[in-house]
Design a protein around this ligand. Structure first.
Ligand code: FAD
Length: 495
């Protein structure tokens, strides 16, 4: 028989969950299947910026930059817990365009961005400003501009949570194995934690990211199609390189760029690389050449040498870009492309996109979907909040103070982490507990049973890695013994 829905979404990355959320909020019935954990694909492997993409100006991607810049404050207001403003310092050197040209580019960035709350670009004298201190001598002039930071994996989970709160069915660890036309709709077959299931859908959205062609080929049986260009990007996380809270945006003489970003209080995130990838997206991993490149690139700028021993973690992902035939990986368009296919029954394939433009991508997808299924409700996400984000962007510090007042016996580090991750839902995670002893078993760092229970009950966490590396980044702080205890706890608890 199977469940009947209007829309079946394949893929629980940022694009699939954003479309599911938007669609269910407009009144469509929606089911989503994710073959692994939510955000286990590209959406947890990003540089984690909500940004216009200064570099894309150089590639004349004005539409993308304009849309992305405007999204910064929309998304910050939507999720002021997992998104925060950041200042980027771009040191000038003689391998770059002349300072005047850079200043003009940044003025354009400010102007196109429709800023309200984010501070404007300014010029820095690195011989006086503290951001000059960790750098090698010789850097004098820098530009400082605004963009935002996002916890990418939580961005996905919160979109899924909001979709579920509004009535969407989210199936994790459930793979779509076949999609067949049946009359004027589709029969979707899945295999997963609930065994074999089937769904009847009026429209299918293929948001499988790097696997989008594989879904077209294997699930839909259209073996000739090839649209996606996989571009690998890797990051390293090292022990904190400097004390201040600003990021560096470095551009090498060869045009390649990378960031050094304060990360999880005690670390610095360095990335990314940009190279074509032809392997299995599930097996993508940083290569020794990428590690060498990132270390060498960072050592060009920072005064204290960074060595392989400083690396505490690394991760790698593939951008599922639309194959526009560009010759260099860095030049392939970052813009999204939506393709509606079929006559009686239609499928919408999603290519490319960014975390930054995911909400707008979902709106564009809805326009196409409504062209097929008819209109049910207005666009609504532009002035919405994601779960836990129901406070003003500038009220973050006040919310954290309020949490501290309500839980005076809880360690400040725990409260700070919970506020950043859960916002107003931090109160739900802590519940009636007064002190850490009331929070159940301790799994290292600031992770206790109460939070693990919350993640299993409310956020589809099934395995230790879901908790340690996607719902939180506590994985950076715990050892194998604590991981084994967490795994055992989650296995006995079940979901
Ligand atoms: P994914 O997140 O990969 O989601 C697709 C999902 O589909 C996967 O979870 C997969 O398991 C699932 N799936 C596949 N096949 C099936 C099936 N048969 N059944 C069920 N499920 C299936 N964007 C920004 O805005 N800012 C940045 O700073 C930024 N930095 C980046 C840095 C790097 C190195 C990379 C690689 C990307 C970066 N991006 C950034 C881009 C952004 O991360 C991606 O565009 C986005 O995450 C793609 O999301 P997605 O939903 O299309 O794909």
């Amino acid at each position: 028989m199977g469940t009947n829905v209007d829309i079946f979404v394949i893929g629980g990355g940022i694009n699939g969950t954003s479309i599911a959320r938007d669609a269910v909020g407009r009144g469509f019935s929606v089911a989503l299947a994710e073959m692994n954990d939510l955000a286990s694909g590209t959406s947890s492997a990003a540089t984690k910026l909500i940004h216009g993409g200064l570099r894309y100006l150089e590639h004349y991607e004005f539409r993308l930059v304009h849309e992305a810049l405007a999204e910064r404050e929309v998304l910050w207001a939507e999720a002021p817990h997992i998104i925060k403003p950041l200042r980027f310092v771009l040191p000038h050197h003689k391998g770059l365009r002349p300072a005047m040209v850079l200043r003009a580019g940044l003025a354009m960035y400010d102007y196109m961005g429709g800023r309200r709350l984010l501070p404007a670009t300014r010029t820095l004298d690195l011989s006086r400003d503290e951001t000059g201190r960790p750098l090698k001598p010789g850097y004098k002039l820098a530009f400082e501009y605004s963009d935002c930071w996002v916890d990418d994996a939580r961005f996905v989970v919160l979109n899924a949570s909001d979709a579920a709160d509004k009535g969407a069915a989210i199936h994790v660890r459930t793979k779509v194995s076949a999609v067949r036309r049946e009359g004027d709709g589709w029969l979707v077959e899945t295999q997963g934690e609930a065994g074999a299931q089937s769904f009847r859908a009026r429209l299918v959205v293929n948001a499988a990211g790097p696997w989008v062609d594989e879904v077209i080929q294997t699930a839909l049986g259209e073996t000739e199609k090839h649209h996606v260009r996989l571009v690998q990007g890797s990051h390293i996380v090292v022990k904190k390189l400097y004390e201040h809270d600003r990021c560096y945006f470095f551009q090498n003489g060869d045009g390649r760029i990378f960031f050094a970003i304060p990360y999880e209080d005690d670390f610095t995130l360095i990335g990314t690389t940009d190279r074509d990838y032809r392997g299995d997206p599930a097996k993508v991993a940083i290569t020794p050449e990428e590690t060498d490149y990132l270390l060498a690139a960072a050592n060009e700028y920072f005064a204290s040498p960074i060595t392989p021993d400083d690396i505490v973690w690394s991760y790698s992902g593939v951008r599922p870009l639309y194959d526009d035939g560009a010759s260099a990986a860095q030049e392939a368009t970052r813009d999204y492309v939506l393709k509606l296919e079929g006559e009686a029954a239609q499928v919408l394939h999603i290519f490319g996109g960014k975390l930054t433009t995911s909400r707008r991508l979902a709106e564009a997808a809805m326009e196409k979907i409504e062209g097929v299924l008819g209109r049910k409700g207005p666009a609504w996400t532009g002035k919405s909040t994601l779960p836990g984000g129901e406070f003003e962007p500038l009220a973050y510090a006040a919310e954290l103070r309020r949490l501290g007042k309500d839980y005076p016996q809880m360690p400040p580090k725990l409260l700070a982490r919970l506020m950043r991750q859960y916002g107003k839902r931090a109160w739900q995670v802590l519940g009636a507990a007064r002190s850490p002893e009331d929070l159940g078993p301790h799994f290292g760092w600031t992770l206790y049973g109460a939070e693990v229970d919350y993640l299993m009950d409310q956020e589809w966490a099934r395995r230790a890695e879901d908790v340690l590396w996607r719902r939180t980044k506590v994985g950076l702080r715990v050892g194998p013994e604590e991981v084994a205890r967490l795994e055992a706890y989650m296995a006995t608890r079940g979901h």
